[in-house]
Design a protein around this ligand. Structure first.
Ligand code: NAD
Length: 486
């Protein structure tokens, strides 16, 4: 059985205690490899290597040279494109087209984007007046924050992990990554690219394992880690924040969402349907920015619901490399249990099941995968768990509304504040609504259209801080003020 190892100080190693855990392929349930399970020893070794590199060879690399290395890493990913695509496809079970056209290219793009940014960023300088009239020059310099703990989830593993590693390295930090136990492969493969690109040993480290009482918790508790950047569930963020409090370490959190789509009757229905098919069902609904609550202006409601149900029939589950496949499985049987519990609850509480609601029939070779039907409901009360809690599956609840004021109240009636989409041809209304919905990112007549220079993050329980562009550089570096009396 092949084995996925840790990447520490530039070399691949197994756990000292020899412990491993199995990885099951989401689309057919097959045990495809074992993953080394890291403990305190591996975390100590990785953090130690990261600390040594920070003060050693990496400290001597200039900003220009770091930017060149970022580009070399991006080129290395592109050179090994097919390896990254198949590694990510096996880990997540998602259609190969999504890996090829979105998730893997974005990994390379993350490194290129921060290579550009880190060279262009300036710091502030003030000419200060002093009582004796001589004045002083106050200027700021930017220094790396130190050893960064990167904890990443399974839903878009390579994209989300590199979204943190790229700015961290561009700013001169070193990292220890703890990828999700479900998706260990691409972070591991990136170690080879780092070595080929000439990144010094210890700058990029990967330790595998679980969260609580395992590598994840040990990393966040480690007092030689200077800051923690985390993407995952809000509940996990709470635990990590508690660990980070010891030693007063900084955190950047990209957490859960319960995002709304607000559709006015004047919207271009075809564009709406195309957008909703992506925002609800892409990656089998396992996207933090995905839409699980849909609000439709009443005159359009019936037409919209039946048109969306019609389009859903076009989603084709199947082998990720199948030419016709457009819909993948959930990440694991465990996650399917969770999503199905919401499906059952909706049914038991009288939801109108417009489409799906269960487990699909698939050919024998795929029947042990964690498949689930894309599902649309209407008719549940606004305080129902299906409408209030993040399900993270291919499903949405659709509800009619009559006024702007009413839908603003409905959309904001959630503990989360990650993203929303607004669909209308009325530009004034779009601006008005966008400012009134309490989220970090609003898309008008689109979804997931990302410019990596823009601030990304959530309000309320969807996160702390912003990443993207200069905002990433703010988190991954420390500004120091120097005052020189003239
Ligand atoms: P998760 O919180 O279960 O796990 C994420 C990572 O945290 C994994 O690597 C896990 O091993 C680790 N972990 C778990 N408990 C830990 C602990 N106590 N200490 C340290 N590490 C711990 O999340 P998931 O199920 O992998 O991902 C899905 C979640 O991620 C959803 O809630 C989704 O909305 C969220 N997400 C948010 C964004 C965003 O940008 N806001 C993006 C993608 C996913």
């Amino acid at each position: 059985m092949p084995e996925i190892r840790h990447f520490i100080d530039g070399t691949y190693r197994a756990s000292t205690n020899g412990r491993t855990f199995p990885k099951y392929r989401p689309y057919d349930g097959r045990h495809i490899f074992d993953v080394c399970e890291g403990g305190r020893e591996e975390i100590d070794a990785a953090v130690g290597a990261a600390r040594a590199a920070l003060h050693g060879p990496w400290a001597k690399v200039s900003v220009d040279d770091r930017a060149d290395l970022m580009r070399a890493i991006a080129a290395g990913i592109t050179k090994r494109f097919d390896d990254f695509v198949s590694a990510e496809m096996n880990d997540t079970g998602q259609p190969i087209s999504a890996m090829r056209h979105a998730f893997v290219p974005r990994g390379a793009a993350n490194f290129n984007a921060f290579a550009d940014l880190v060279k262009a960023v300036s710091t502030e300088c003030f000419h200060t007046e002093t009582p004796d009239g001589r004045g002083a020059l106050n200027y700021a310099i930017r220094k790396p924050k130190g050893v960064i703990g990167v904890i990443s989830p399974w839903n878009a593993p390579f994209l989300l992990m590199t979204w943190k590693v790229a700015p961290a390295l561009a700013c001169g930090n070193t990292v220890v990554v703890k990828p999700s136990e479900e998706t260990p492969s691409t972070a591991t493969l990136l170690g080879e690219v780092m070595n080929e690109a000439g990144v010094p040993n210890g700058v990029y480290n990967v330790v595998h394992g679980f969260g609580p009482d395992s590598a994840g918790a040990y990393l966040t508790e480690h007092q030689d880690v200077d800051a923690i950047t985390f993407t995952g569930e809000t509940r996990t963020g709470t635990a990590i924040m508690q660990a980070a409090a010891r030693g007063v370490r900084d955190v950047s959190f990209e957490l859960g969402g319960k995002n709304s789509a607000i559709i006015f009757a004047d919207a271009d229905l075809d564009a709406v349907l195309e957008g909703l098919m992506r925002s609800v069902f892409l990656n089998t609904g396992q996207v933090c920015l995905g839409t699980e609550r849909v609000f439709v202006e009443r005159p359009l409601f019936d037409r919209f619901v039946s048109a969306l149900a019609e389009r859903v029939k076009g989603l084709k589950p199947g082998h990720p490399e199948g030419a016709a496949t457009s819909f993948g499985p959930l990440i694991s049987s465990e996650h399917r249990k969770k999503v199905l519990s919401y499906y059952r609850r909706a049914e038991a509480d009288g939801a109108v099941i417009v489409s799906g609601g269960g487990v699909p029939e698939l050919p024998a070779e795929l029947s042990s995968g964690s498949w689930i039907e894309p599902t649309i409901w209407t008719g549940l009360p606004d305080d129902h768990p299906v409408i209030q809690e993040e399900i993270f599956g291919p499903c949405c609840h659709v509800r009619p509304f009559d006024t702007e004021k009413e839908v603003i109240g409905l959309a904001n009636d959630t503990l989360y504040g990650l993203s929303s989409t607004i669909w209308t041809q009325n530009l004034s209304r779009a601006h008005r609504m966008a400012a009134a919905i309490d989220v970090g990112v609003t898309w008008v007549n689109s979804w997931f259209l990302r410019d990596l220079r823009t601030p990304f993050g959530g309000t309320k329980q969807s996160g702390i801080g912003r990443e993207g562009g200069i905002h990433s550089l703010e988190f991954y570096s420390e500004l120091r003020n120097i005052c020189v009396k003239l």
